[in-house]
Design a protein around this ligand. Structure first.
Ligand SMILES: *[C@@H]1O[C@H](CO)[C@@H](O)[C@H](O)[C@H]1NC(C)=O
Length: 354
């Protein structure tokens, strides 16, 4: 048998090989150890796993003052996390000043893994998180036509002005089922004039259908829109002047309408109609490109929808269907393929099979 007498250089190589692999092996052992523990604790993990997103850096033109910040508020819910992650990625990827975007996350139930997952997916993300007390709204919600709309967190946008820090004067509220394919700084910069809310307006939509005959047949209620030309707008994408919201006491005003709803059933949808009651015909209209809504399909039937004609800055899968569910079920709508490139979801199956 030939004996091997290593040179010092080879020894060094062997040593570093062993050290390196020792590190790798212990990491793997630790990771699989964790996995085993979590498997024992939770056979079906509540929080899915995601790939780490790249780091996005500011362009030279971006300032670093507080006044250069773009405040984006979203809710955080384990059931919609895949949508939220895709939305965040899309925002960072298309803005020239990603480091200036500050996210404000509202959650109803504290799940430590939820925040660990955000940190590991977006290690460089600027964000604050706030617990939304579901009890604030629970007794005020009346049943809508779709159960998903009745989640207390769906109403958190009403309380946004009370929840974000007082030095935040403007917020962009976004639903979790959106993809932004333009610089969010352009939406942020909209001139609100003296309005509280800016959003795309749809004046050709039949406004009557958002309220029940009980509403329109009650003269006192029907007078609500006197002096305005009310137009539909979608509350999943709104620029909100939270200073004016606080000054105007709009949280209380929304709650008042929710009280009327409880007694008289004046609408069938969830958190949207109270916004229409207060603001329809009195908002700052924004280009329709900022909310291509309805891509989830109809509220009841869940049929595929096409993109509306015209340029697109934001895609919104409002409605019954969600792109991640349809893609998983291998029955996607055409528009879902526009969502897929932002999907950071890492199924445990692909981890093991790759
Ligand atoms: C609008 O909807 C209402 C209620 O569904 C209906 O009665 C009315 O005819 C519609 N108006 C138009 C112009 O389509």
């Amino acid at each position: 048998m030939a004996s091997w007498s290593p040179t010092p250089l080879q020894l060094l190589g062997l040593l570093s090989f062993l050290l390196l692999h020792h590190h790798v092996l212990t990491t793997v052992a630790a990771a699989s150890g964790n996995r085993r523990i979590s498997l024992i604790r939770k056979p079906t993990p509540e929080v899915p796993a995601f790939w780490e997103a790249p780091e996005f850096r500011n362009g030279d033109e971006c300032g670093s003052h507080d006044s250069n910040k773009v405040h984006v508020a979203m809710t955080l819910d384990a059931n919609y996390l895949r949508g939220t992650m895709a939305a965040i990625l899309s925002i960072l990827q298309h803005t020239s000043c990603p480091e200036n975007v500050m996210f404000h996350f509202l959650y109803a139930r504290y799940i430590p893994e939820l925040f660990a997952t955000i940190k590991s997916t977006f290690p460089y993300l600027n964000f604050k998180s706030y617990q939304f007390d579901s009890n604030r709204v629970r007794g005020k919600i009346s049943k809508s036509i779709r159960q998903a709309l009745d989640q207390p967190l769906n109403y958190a946008r009403i309380y946004l002005a009370d929840i974000v820090p007082a030095n935040v004067g403007r917020v962009i509220y976004l639903d979790s089922d959106v993809i932004v394919v333009d610089d969010i700084g352009r939406l942020w910069g909209v001139d609100l004039g003296d309005k509280v809310v800016a959003a795309p307006e749809y004046c050709h939509a039949n406004f009557t259908k958002y309220f029940t005959p009980a509403f329109w047949s009650d003269p006192a209620l029907a007078r609500t829109f006197e002096g305005r030309k009310p137009c539909y707008f979608n509350t999943g994408v709104m620029v909100m002047d939270v200073d004016r919201w606080r000054d105007g006491g709009f949280t209380k005003k929304v709650e008042k309408w929710m009280g009327v709803q409880k007694q008289k059933r004046i609408y069938n949808l969830g958190s949207l109609p109270p916004f229409l009651l207060l603001f329809a015909g009195d908002i700052k209209g924004v280009d329709h490109r900022w909310n291509q809504h309805g891509l989830g399909g109809d509220n009841l039937e869940g049929r595929c929808r096409k993109l509306h004609p015209g340029p697109v800055s934001l895609l919104h899968w409002s409605g019954k269907g969600k792109p991640w569910l349809r893609l998983d079920s291998k029955k996607p709508c055409n528009v879902d393929h526009l969502w897929a490139p932002y999907d950071l979801y890492r199924s445990s199956l692909s981890t093991f099979e790759e």
